[in-house]
Design a protein around this ligand. Structure first.
Ligand SMILES: *Cc1c(COP(=O)(O)O)cnc(C)c1O
Length: 361
């Protein structure tokens, strides 16, 4: 069942953004993060568009198996690692790399018999305190893994940044220093940078970079627009204008009557809502565009409908209204709604009709 909202995925934009990663981190191999259905853009179509990437980062085993079964031979790494011996065997059988980030993983690798060894990415906690082994245990763990017959070759050494998007902050510099001390003398490949690291912390590029949001055209920085970074939006979300109302000064609009017409005016109703993944918390004033003209939401987002300000706007019923994309940067919508672009595209629901723009080859 498809509803009226449409997400157009621009494969040319994905390829352009991959080229931006290569230009920003020359010499590094690119592990494209396509977890969570490629941030809502469709894992297989994105992997196909980004075939020139050097590998793919996913969260869990089911995603990795789906990618392998679709015929992708690239290196794949599961950022969450595996939960149990069955998952470990499934990953090893499919030639899928795993993150090792806790003692449980080391035990699994010792007690499970595998048909072939598995590629390991050793995740070190350098200060984010989410996943990873303590930095001071790196050398010992690396050696244990390197000597484990279940492990293919030398583990790749990796960490993840908590605040690489905050350019004035010193945390990232400290995380890099903790990493460098932890891995001193260990001859594994290294991987630190997410999108923010790629764009703002050249010292973090090393052997493998792991871009996510910048591939989809989102800025990793709250205060730097994607356009300034020469990133192109990979998703344009639109929905049709289904009604135009002539309302009177003082008329409240939508649930709770949170917005009142300041004058006699036209208000449009657009066939999209939080049931499609548009954020319910987007307030009055959140930008939208119709026929190339920017306007804004008025009143609360409902499940299937949003209402927009049509004062001074040339529009007719049936016109597509852009919620985000080339005219309305998703980062602006995210900031208005108190979230991040990652959440916006990930939330685009299964009822949204997806079309694909192949772009220039
Ligand atoms: C999701 C993820 C990335 C990509 O991050 P972006 O901010 O989207 O570039 C990189 N590394 C890890 C470990 C991740 O979980």
């Amino acid at each position: 069942m498809r509803r009226h909202a449409r997400a157009r995925i621009d494969l040319g934009a994905l390829r352009h953004n991959l080229a931006r990663v290569r230009a920003a981190a020359p010499g590094a191999r690119v592990m494209a993060a396509i977890k969570a259905d490629a941030y809502g853009h469709g894992m297989l179509r994105v992997a196909e568009a980004l075939h020139a990437a050097d590998g793919f980062a996913l969260a869990c085993v089911a995603e990795g198996v789906a990618l392998r079964d679709a015929g992708f031979a690239h290196p794949i790494v599961l950022l969450q690692g595996v939960r149990d011996a069955d998952e470990l065997r499934a990953a090893a059988d499919k030639g899928i790399g795993i993150c090792v980030h806790q003692p449980h993983h080391l035990r699994l690798l010792e007690i499970t018999s595998l048909k072939k060894p598995v590629k390991v990415w050793l995740k070190i906690d350098t200060g984010m305190h989410r996943l990873g082994i303590p930095a001071e245990e790196t050398a010992e763990t690396f050696r244990a893994l390197a000597n484990n017959p279940n492990v293919a070759g030398k583990p790749c050494l990796m960490t993840h940044f908590a605040r690489a998007d905050e350019q004035g902050d010193t945390t990232t510099r400290e995380q890099i220093a903790v990493f460098d001390r932890a891995v001193e003398g260990l001859d594994g490949k290294q991987s630190l940078a997410n999108s923010a690291g790629i764009l703002a912390w050249p010292d973090s590029h090393r052997d493998w970079v792991r871009p996510g949001i910048m591939l989809y055209g989102g800025s990793p920085f709250a205060h730097r627009p994607a356009r300034e970074l020469d990133l192109r939006p990979a998703m344009t979300l639109t929905a049709p204008l289904i009604a135009i109302r002539e309302l009177k000064q003082g008329d409240p609009v939508g649930y709770g009557g949170t917005w009142t017409c300041p004058e006699d005016m036209r208000v449009g109703a657009v066939a999209i809502g939080y049931g499609d993944g548009y954020p319910r918390h987007a307030p009055s004033g959140t930008p939208v565009a119709v026929r190339g003209q920017r306007t804004q939401l008025v009143g609360r987002v409902s499940m299937d409908v949003v209402t927009i300000d049509l004062r001074g706007i040339d529009a007719e019923i049936g016109d597509p209204v852009e919620l985000w994309g080339g005219q309305v940067p998703m980062d602006e919508v995210a900031i208005a709604a108190g979230t991040i672009s990652y959440e916006l595209t990930c939330s685009v629901g299964p009822f949204v009709h997806v079309t694909v723009d192949a772009g220039n080859p």
